[in-house]
Design a protein around this ligand. Structure first.
Ligand SMILES: NC(=O)C1=CN([C@@H]2O[C@H](COP(=O)(O)OP(=O)(O)OC[C@H]3O[C@@H](n4cnc5c(N)ncnc54)[C@H](O)[C@@H]3O)[C@@H](O)[C@H]2O)C=CC1
Ligand SMILES: O=C(O)[C@H]1O[C@H](OP(=O)(O)OP(=O)(O)OC[C@H]2O[C@@H](n3ccc(=O)[nH]c3=O)[C@H](O)[C@@H]2O)[C@H](O)[C@@H](O)[C@@H]1O
Length: 477
């Protein structure tokens, strides 16, 4: 029988979601033992590092939460089987990237890690268990998980819940502490209802009851993909208008402000940029597109696919503007990037626009110099290598890079050195510290004309132009 109250949780996957989510559950529920397990030993060691600055993920406020709960009721381990055995409720929080091979290549979610988790759970299970999908999954995945669990282990009962995560990186702890809502999808039979009650009971320790929404499993799974598709669609919509603003002399920030004051539209998520990045928007939309095609809805698929195409176009437009403005050639010129992460306050670079812009400039043999306060140089080289291997993910990055591309890419630990003697500067991430750069001194040490391309619209255009720079911002004619 599935219990309706629990005191032990195991989470498989200690990544950007599993780590912060479980840390907050442990912080808010001292009566529940929370163990986060992962196959990646290095990651687990980092979660256990005594120096909290060495946690594998940078998130404002995360250190304090981990400091409060770790060793009390929060544990990180590579003992996956033991973790599963000891827990009444098991979260699956593993990665679900876009498939890079076989059927659905480039579109469908790769569920091999999720399937492996289901098998691991079935093999280790020693009692009835609640299994919670925390990973973002295609609608009806719960059905496959249940089939695997029941086929591998007919002795015990399993209740599958869908509990998608809506946190955004950079604000994960705040989002978890003050969630807009927590969505729990479950089955209508007695086991399903008990499982829902048990999970509601966990979150009710800090989230107001009226924000705990319960639905069917399928609605919950689909709500997650839909939420990301709607959010990304807003960014692509305003970015499409930014292109028109640049042609017509309108200002995209004024347009966004004006439309955002309509309460039916709302002001959030209307910031025009060099394009959205992050591990999920593109992957989840492509997954939605794949599902629509699978269910015989090509028109719906095309509608959503356009959101990704517009995003590819926005990144390309930015790179092309740099090349065009620098007299149609960037070969041998120093282009300095401020920022590499896909947004501020995270060290995550997955699908960051910076990668695609750098790639296009490297195709043109520019000398790309990068400064990011939180991203390691190793990661930046890995990002470009990965795109080189999987260049089909953008129509504008198909050409292989010159053989010596590693010599054209330079990473700096300080912004001053990165910017010195540049032909142009490009702002790729909106880190707050970039607003305090001494632009007078940067200007004095640059080739002229000195160009700045502000891909995040964070710089004071008037002030920058007064110094002598030629500044190009997104969506400003
Ligand atoms: N990153 C984000 O902000 C958000 C991500 N999501 C979703 O959450 C899921 C996880 O995303 P992230 O945490 O970003 O991924 P991640 O890649 O940071 O972490 C996943 C972890 O799972 C581990 N793992 C994979 N298979 C395993 C197995 N069989 N046993 C043990 N460990 C295993 C990996 O080693 C890795 O450390 C994805 O489905 C994603 O779409 C949802 C909301 C927000
Ligand atoms: O499923 C996920 O992974 C998560 O994806 C996004 O969160 P995240 O990608 O971490 O960050 P966002 O703040 O949504 O930003 C995504 C990208 O869009 C860009 N963006 C965002 C907002 C905006 O107005 N303009 C804009 O260009 C950001 O710079 C960033 O590159 C969603 O906001 C989360 O709700 C969701 O849980």
């Amino acid at each position: 029988m599935i219990p309706n109250k629990i005191n032990s949780i195991c989470c498989i996957g200690a990544g950007y979601v599993g780590g912060p989510t479980m840390s907050v559950i442990a912080q808010k529920c001292p009566h529940i033992k929370v163990t986060v397990v992962d196959i990646n030993e290095e990651r687990i060691n980092a979660w256990n590092d005594e120096n909290l600055d060495n946690l594998p993920i940078y998130e404002p406020g995360l250190n304090q939460v981990v400091a409060e709960a770790r060793g009390r009721n929060l544990f990180f381990s590579t003992e996956i089987e033991q973790g599963i055995k000891d827990a009444q409720m098991i979260f699956i929080s593993v990665n679900t990237p876009t498939k890079t091979y076989g059927t659905g290549k480039g579109m469908a979610a790769d569920l091999k890690f999720v399937e492996l988790c289901a098998r691991q759970i079935a093999q280790a299970a020693n009692e009835d268990k609640i299994v919670v999908e925390k990973s973002t999954l295609p609608v009806r995945t719960a059905e496959s998980i249940k089939r695997i669990l029941e086929a591998e282990d007919s002795e015990h009962e399993f209740a599958i819940l869908s509990n998608p995560e809506f946190l955004a990186e950079g604000t994960a702890i705040e989002d978890l502490h003050y969630a807009d809502r927590m969505l729990i999808g479950g089955e209508s039979d007695e086991n399903g209802q008990n499982a829902i009650e048990a999970l509601v009971d966990v979150y009710a320790n800090w989230i107001p009851r009226e924000k705990l929404i319960t639905t069917s499993v399928w609605s919950s799974e689909l709500s997650k993909l839909t939420a990301n598709a709607f959010l990304a669609q807003r960014v692509s919509s305003i970015n499409s208008i930014s292109a028109l603003c640049e042609r017509t002399g309108a200002d995209v920030e004024e347009v966004a402000h004006a439309i955002g004051m309509d309460s039916r539209i709302g002001s959030k998520f209307l910031k025009s940029s060099v394009g959205f990045g992050g591990s999920c928007f593109q992957k989840d939309i492509l997954n939605l597109v794949y599902l629509c095609r699978h269910f015989g809805l090509p028109e719906v698929a095309e509608y959503w696919e356009q959101v990704v195409k517009m995003n590819d176009y926005q990144k390309h437009r930015f790179a092309k503007q740099i090349i065009d403005t620098l007299f149609n050639t960037v070969s041998g010129k120093k282009i300095s990037f401020l920022g590499w992460a896909f947004k501020k306050d995270t060290n995550d670079t997955r699908e960051s626009s910076a990668i695609y812009v750098a790639y296009e400039l490297l195709q043109d043999r520019a000398e790309v110099h990068v400064y990011d306060p939180k991203v390691s140089s190793d990661q930046i080289y890995k990002d470009i290598s990965y795109l080189q291997e999987h260049s089909s993910s953008s129509p504008y990055c198909k050409e292989k890079l010159p053989k010596d591309w590693k010599e054209l890419l330079h990473i700096h630990k300080e912004s001053d050195l990165c910017l010195k003697n540049s032909h142009a500067i490009a702002v790729l991430t909106e880190w707050d510290e970039f607003k305090n750069i001494n632009w007078d001194s940067v200007y004095a040490n640059m080739y002229k004309p000195a160009f700045i391309f502000d891909g995040r619209n964070i710089l004071d255009r008037e002030k920058i132009a007064k110094i002598g720079f030629e500044i190009k911002s997104i969506g400003k004619g």
